[in-house]
Design a binder for this molecule. Structure first.
Ligand SMILES: Nc1ncnc2c1ncn2[C@@H]1O[C@H](COP(=O)(O)OP(=O)(O)OP(=O)(O)O)[C@@H](O)[C@H]1O
Ligand SMILES: [Mg+2]
Length: 245
């Protein structure tokens, strides 16, 4: 179980203090598929990074399976079974796809069959990719799918995906949906998926709506989805206020 209590994250910008996350309280039970959605700049990625240890909260605490991980680094959290796929994944010049999968899986020598299994789950053919370097020669969608495959290979207890749909073609996206669905059915891993995509949102056991650094809504699809659809007014706050006047 993942538990966040009163988690806040503030940054100083000149004289100003910006509140990026504001008093986040959240419990995620094992085996759940939770989708975090909300407007751009609402704080979703920051929340994921706080859970992964890439960002240290200004206050509050995080526990994972009873261990206080608030002050642990990324590597320690990874060892405890948390993994995170970046919204914009990095490239690793000099490392091949098979090396990344091998590192992620923790196996000394990952067989071609297993590489193929993980790559197929994100719609890639192992023959075309397994020996390629994860460098600038790969397209954005290819890098994104390779990163998702490495997270699947890691088989962490808690997998966090940041907009897995971004840049991914329709065919691979359908494959990815099937993959998420089958992980959810097995209930061995907890999935926290940041997404704007309706098909991913509709897989969720629970939906979190994060906006202005806060959890604005948290509940079942049936509770939260109608709220999302009825609150699609976005844009400039000042213009909206003027329109309301
Ligand atoms: N270190 C920082 N310094 C200043 N502002 C920051 C910092 N980190 C995040 N922010 C701001 O905090 C807000 C939340 O950012 P975050 O990346 O978490 O949003 P998001 O919900 O993931 O958005 P998107 O849907 O566009 O990916 C944004 O306005 C961002 O500019
Ligand atoms: Mg983001």
């Amino acid at each position: 179980m993942l538990k966040l209590e009163h988690v806040s994250y503030q940054v100083s910008e000149g004289e100003q203090t910006l509140s990026i996350l504001n008093d986040i309280n959240l419990v995620v039970e094992d085996g759940q598929l939770i989708v975090i959605t909300g407007p751009n700049g609402g704080g979703k990625t920051t929340l994921a990074k706080v859970i992964m240890g890439l960002v240290t909260p200004t206050s509050g605490s995080i526990t994972y399976n009873g261990t206080d991980i608030t002050n642990l680094g990324i590597t320690e959290r990874a060892k405890l079974g948390i993994s995170y796929g970046f919204q914009q994944p990095p490239r690793f010049k000099g490392l091949r796809v098979r090396d990344l999968l091998e590192l992620a899986s923790g196996e000394d020598k990952l067989s071609r069959e297993k590489c193929c299994l993980y790559l197929t789950r994100v719609g890639l053919c192992a023959d075309d990719y397994v020996d390629r370097e994860v460098d600038a020669s790969l397209s954005g969608g290819e890098v994104k799918r390779i990163e998702i495959a490495t997270i699947l290979a890691r088989q962490s207890g808690l997998m966090i995906f940041d907009e897995p749909e971004a840049g991914i073609d329709l065919w691979s996206f359908s494959r990815l949906i099937d993959t998420f669905q089958s992980i959810r059915q097995q209930r061995n891993n907890t999935l926290l998926i940041i997404s704007h995509q309706e098909r991913i949102i509709s897989l969720a056991d629970e939906i979190l709506l994060v906006a202005d650094g806060q959890i604005q809504q948290h509940g079942s699809k049936d509770d939260v989805f109608p709220f999302i659809l009825s609150n699609t007014v976005t844009g400039c706050r000042f213009m909206n206020e003027r329109a309301d006047a």
